[in-house]
Each structure stands twice: as C-alpha cells, then as structure tokens.
Design a protein around this ligand. Structure first.
Ligand SMILES: [Mg+2]
Length: 217
C-alpha cells in the first residue's frame, strides 16, 4: 500500500472540463486565419500553454505571424475563453470531484492544484474550490510548462512535502510526463490513451477510492 500526504490535481479535464470552451475559442482564431481546425486538431493542443497552443495551431498550416499579431491572437483567444467560462458554477465539477475532496479533507490530506492555466484561480473560484486548496500553482507561478515537472514540484514544495508523498491526477500526456519526471505517483484520469503510461488509470475521480492508500497525517 502506498503512503500519501497530499493530492495534487491538474485542473482542466480532472476537476472541471473547460475543454469545449477552449476548443470554441481556438476554433474562432483558426477560422479568422482560415486554418482548418476541428476536434481532432484540438487534441494536439490539450495540456499545452496558450503560447504553445497557438504555435501548434499555426504549424497546422505552416503559418507564420509577426510577434505583435501573435500577441493579439493570444489576447483574442483568452478574451473569448474568459467570456465563455464566466458562467461556470460548482455544478460543472466533473463526476466524483466533490466526494473525493470531502473524503480527502476528512482524512487530513493536503490538497493542491498544479495547472498550466493562468486562469486557474478564476476557474477554481467559479467552481468554489479555491479556498479548500492548500496551494494553487498556476501558469503565473512557473517559468516552464508541462511536460517540465516545475508546476508539480512547486506545489509539493509549497506543501512542504516530497514528490513521493504526493499523488498527482492528470488527464494529459504532457502532465503525466511532468509528474513522472518529478518523481510523483500519478493517476491517469478520463483519457484512455494514458492507460499504458500510468500504473493506475481511472475514467473519472468517481472511480477513485482514497481508502486504497495509506494516509500519513
Ligand atoms: Mg488537463
């Protein structure tokens, strides 16, 4: 039985899904640029930072833009996304989130979010999970994005724990890589393509039972 002291959650695709909001915002950018873009292309953007996502989108059509256009496209994308997530509420938490967080709190586990998103705090406020987290490490707090382990290492450091004492929940390849490279145990969530990358895979947090782990308070 593994011993854990904290749970560290990726945000998007694990606690809440704003993937469709991202998709629609990127689709709008792609349409403006006349770059063909559908759900398949959108898969390539998942887990990437805003800048890396735009680079990837532009590379779909070998497109180059000036630095100022690049910045403007990022701004327009984020504005469209923020407008669309303004109406998120606690009901938008993914299945099993509320139950797992309640159980973890009762067990005195520390809780953290490690997300590439610079909107992580805002989204956590909307779904009312901001105040329950012991630390939130978002895209503002790190220099390197996933697959670099910095975001998770910083979360562990803020909790004053070693990576081996934390269990990471991730739905993206880059995030799983970040967690593994950082020395964390990682559980793949809601993305079947992760099955051969992780020792444990669950379709949603609803399928996770904290009692399978030994908890050190
Ligand atoms: Mg994610």
């Amino acid at each position: 039985m593994n011993t854990i002291k904290a749970l560290i959650f990726d945000l998007d695709g694990v606690l809440v899904s704003t993937e469709h909001n991202h998709f629609l915002a990127w689709k709008r950018i792609a349409d403006t640029l006349n770059i063909p873009f559908n759900e398949n292309e959108n898969e390539l953007l998942k887990g990437l930072s805003r800048e890396k996502s735009l680079e990837t989108l532009l590379s779909l059509d070998n497109r180059q833009v000036s630095a100022s256009e690049f910045e403007e496209l990022l701004r327009v994308k984020n504005e469209a996304y923020l407008n669309s997530v303004a109406h998120l509420s606690p009901q938008d938490c993914l299945p099993g989130v509320t139950e797992l967080i309640d159980a973890a709190k009762k067990a005195n586990l520390k809780l953290a979010v490690g997300s590439a998103s610079r909107n992580a705090k805002l989204i956590l406020q909307r779904i009312e999970l901001d105040s329950i987290m012991d630390t939130i490490v978002d895209g503002h707090a790190v220099k390197k994005t996933k697959p670099d382990p910095e975001v998770f290492l910083r979360a562990a450091k803020n909790l004053q724990l070693s990576p081996a004492e934390c269990l990471v929940f991730e739905d993206a390849e880059s995030g799983v890589q970040a967690a593994l490279d950082g020395g964390f145990m990682v559980i793949g969530v809601g993305n079947p393509s992760l099955k051969n990358r992780v020792s444990r895979y669950i379709p949603s947090l609803h399928n996770f039972n904290i009692n399978e782990y030994e908890i050190l308070g």
